[in-house]
Design a protein around this ligand. Structure first.
Ligand code: HDD
Length: 718
């Protein structure tokens, strides 16, 4: 049996080989039917005469149309909209002290991964920029079998028990009578459910924050959410929380921007991921772990098994243990991104579950959903899902079975097959569940340690900067403002008042309502009919948690000053200063950022030195929301551009969204909302002006300002 174990010296290549085996490339090939028959005419069906009816006999037509009719499979019930890429994971140093997981031992091994990002609520064709949690699923093709880390870009979840998942999803999906709204939580059914389930409050704070509208999939954190276990060779267990930290920092857009991007380019995130990989800017994340000794399980004010809670990084620091690089786009969206099947139950020795009741329910749901989506228990044979580890068992047959199992033995134990396939001892890599002792009564209940629904919601809100708080308040004003039912708005205000009085008052002000003096007690709805109501009374356990900088995107700016892969719109017309464009381009290239020439028409424009400049986008196509910064070079074009309504709108919008705007001449702003401060050294408002033609510091100041990303002082106080 030992001979069976293949050696994977370079396992990244191994997965690529596996996929290649199934790849089809039609270059220089004849067109054939599915049976390999060469096709002579793919443009006309078989008819009785040129103008006559088609013949049933036309097996070529029937085969083609039949296949077409069955091209669609059911989309994922949640996380239907997704984008994915291949890459690898590499551990920095052996984690053997904590886990025996093979892929976490050897820094020289690159484990192939396939990573899929998604939104939760929208259909497969919905916009990327919906306000929503993002899925962050990583399939590690390890030599011990597939390991899937199926997480989100938010470290907590709405509900505590999987039995409420169908309710949550029914509530957030488009309403069933009229299938509206698409990919949006701003409607009555969602907030009806939320307002009756106080346990959702912590996650609601995250979803109302800018985390729910990322600038790029490459600029999001990821979280395993649940507490898992690491198990080492000595069978010792440690609790572990997983984090993905993006090298480009965590960034978001504004809600006004998100809505406009959805109209201008609903594939904004998908395209951004695709193009950055095509251009060789491979997105990278570091894998972080918070490790908690088993003995400390009950040391916290919250329950480690409660998925609505996070472990503040200030209490247990995140240790970075490896990196993931995404360096290859899929060849075929359907075959890979659509057919990939993740499952939190795909684990390897060295990693194990905890009794988090949400995780326990997930362990059932994912295989079940693949059966209806991919249509067969053989979904593991689809190339993207296939393990690179040797795979042998006695499972047989089923729809679309690919494997041809030889021999007469398909049972265990057997003597006719020499006892094969063998069971593996633990030392041989056999999986064995952590033997946690459990001694309890069978109950349909929840632990009292799960009943603090507000402390961490408050912690999150309090940890934000004023700008971020304002965005949360406005998000709630938007979402609740769209509701038709006053009672739901009032219930929500009641719940918000338990999180933070200022938050509740400001949201109420925006809704033209008052925070109720004695909020309705929603837990009377969200518990079992015979439950002890006293026990379920939501508690606010602690106020002693200090604000956590790690929870704020603006305070927690590790490595985020980079402007790599950021896009600058360069607004031009005839007579533009070529040298100015060249200088900016050289500086941006050096930083890994890029520019697009935006002009009144496509084709080319003539620069001041008579040379031709290729236009990337016309004013009709471009919009400031699709860029990170704007630059208006000098030359004869300034006079023409400064009165153009499209240019004024472009600049005003970039200004409103607090983006960096650079210009060679202040006249460009004459008709815009931009307030130019004439102290050119001062770029605290993100407006960077060239002092004169010889101003060498200008480009540098522009790049530095871009590193600050947004200038929030332009936003008005609420
Ligand atoms: Fe789930 C898909 C993440 C709770 C049931 N889930 C899905 C995906 C992600 C998550 C990222 C998309 C996978 C992909 O890209 O194909 N889900 C989570 C997280 C949860 C969570 C982080 C809580 C911590 N999920 C959850 C519960 C249930 C499900 C409680 C059911 C009881 N999730 C599913 C599913 C999906 C799914 C219905 C839909 C498509 C799929 O699995 O393959 O089984």
């Amino acid at each position: 049996m030992k001979n069976e174990k293949k050696k994977f010296d370079d396992s990244e290549n191994q997965k690529q080989q596996d996929l290649k085996f199934n790849k089809s490339d039609a270059t220089n090939q004849f067109m054939t039917t599915d049976q390999g028959l060469k096709i002579n005419d793919d443009n006309n069906s078989l008819k009785v005469g040129e103008r006559g009816p088609s013949l049933l006999e036309d097996f070529i037509l029937r085969e083609k149309i039949t296949h077409f009719d069955h091209e669609r499979i059911p989309e994922r019930i949640v996380h239907a909209r997704g984008s994915a890429a291949h890459g690898y994971f590499q551990v920095y140093e052996s984690m053997e002290k904590y886990t025996k997981a093979g892929f976490l031992q050897d820094p020289s091994i690159k484990t192939p991964v396939f990573t899929r990002f998604s939104t939760v609520a929208g259909f497969r064709g919905s916009t990327d920029l919906a306000r929503d949690i993002r899925g962050f699923s990583v399939k590690f093709y390890t030599e011990q079998g597939n390991y899937d880390l199926v997480g989100n870009n938010v470290p907590v979840f709405f509900i505590q028990d999987a039995i409420k998942f169908p309710d949550l999803i029914h509530a957030v999906k488009p309403e069933p009578n009229n299938e509206m709204p698409q990919a949006a939580s701003a409607h009555d059914t969602f907030w009806d459910f939320i307002s009756l389930m106080p346990e959702t409050m912590h996650t609601i704070m995250w979803v109302m924050s800018d985390r729910a509208i990322p600038r790029s999939l490459r600029m999001m954190e990821g979280f395993g959410v649940h507490t898992f276990r690491f198990i080492n060779k000595k069978n010792e267990s440690h609790f572990v929380k997983f984090h993905w930290k993006p090298k480009l920092g965590t960034h978001a857009v504004l809600w006004d921007e998100a809505q406009k991007i959805s109209g201008k380019n609903s594939d904004f995130h998908r395209q951004d991921l695709w193009e950055s990989i095509e251009n060789g800017h491979f997105p990278e994340w570091e894998l972080g772990v918070q490790i908690i000794p088993d003995a400390d399980e009950h040391k916290f004010d919250f329950d480690l098994l409660d998925p609505t809670k996070l472990v503040p990084e200030e209490l247990v620091p995140v240790t970075l243990i490896g990196k993931m690089v995404l360096n290859r786009n899929p060849d075929n969206f359907f075959a890979e991104t659509e057919q990939v099947a993740f499952h939190p139950g795909h684990i390897v020795p060295g990693i194990d579950f905890t009794n988090d009741p949400l995780l326990q329910g997930r362990l059932f749901s994912y295989t079940d959903t693949q059966l209806s989506r991919l249509g067969s228990p053989n979904f593991h044979e689809i190339p993207i899902n296939k393990t690179i580890a040797p795979m042998h068992n006695n499972q047989r047959d089923g729809h679309m079975r690919q494997e041809i199992n030889v021999g007469r033995v398909s049972y265990h134990p057997n003597s006719l097959g020499g006892g094969c396939p063998f069971q593996a001892k633990i030392e041989e890599g056999g999986f064995s569940s952590f033997n946690e002792r459990i001694d309890a009564q069978k109950v349909r209940d929840r632990s009292e340690s799960f009943s603090d629904h507000f402390s961490q919601a408050t912690l999150f809100f309090k940890s934000q900067t004023q700008t971020e708080k304002n965005h949360i308040i406005n998000a709630l004003r938007f979402e609740l403002g769209k509701l038709e039912t006053l009672a739901i708005q009032n219930r929500m205000l009641g719940l918000l008042s338990q999180i933070d009085a200022d938050l509740a008052n400001k949201v109420a002000e925006g809704l033209g309502l008052k925070v109720p003096k004695s909020p309705e007690k929603p837990m009377n709805h969200g518990i079992g009919a015979n439950a002890d109501k006293q026990k379920y009374e939501p508690k606010k356990v602690t106020n002693h948690m200090k604000p956590s900088d790690a929870l704020s995107m603006l305070k927690n700016k590790t490595l985020s000053k980079t402007i790599a892969t950021r896009q600058v719109a360069v607004i031009c017309s005839e007579g533009v200063d070529r040298a100015a464009i060249n200088a900016m381009k050289a500086a941006l290239d050096k930083e890994g950022a890029s520019m697009k020439i935006v002009a009144p028409h496509l084709g080319t424009i003539k620069a001041n030195d008579g040379s031709e400049i290729k236009v990337d986008q016309s004013f009709l196509i471009a919009a400031s929301v699709l860029f990170d910064a704007v630059y208006i070079p000098g030359g004869k074009n300034i006079g023409f551009l400064s009165s153009k309504p499209e240019v004024i709108e472009f600049i005003n919008e970039a200004y409103k969204h607090c983006k960096v705007i650079g210009a060679d001449a202040s006249e460009i702003f004459s008709e815009t909302n931009v307030k130019v401060q004439f102290d050119i050294k001062d770029v605290t408002d993100g407006i960077v002006l060239k002092a004169n033609e010889a101003d060498k510091a200008f480009v540098k100041s522009f790049i530095e300002a871009m590193g600050q990303h947004r200038f929030w002082n332009r936003e008005k106080a609420l």
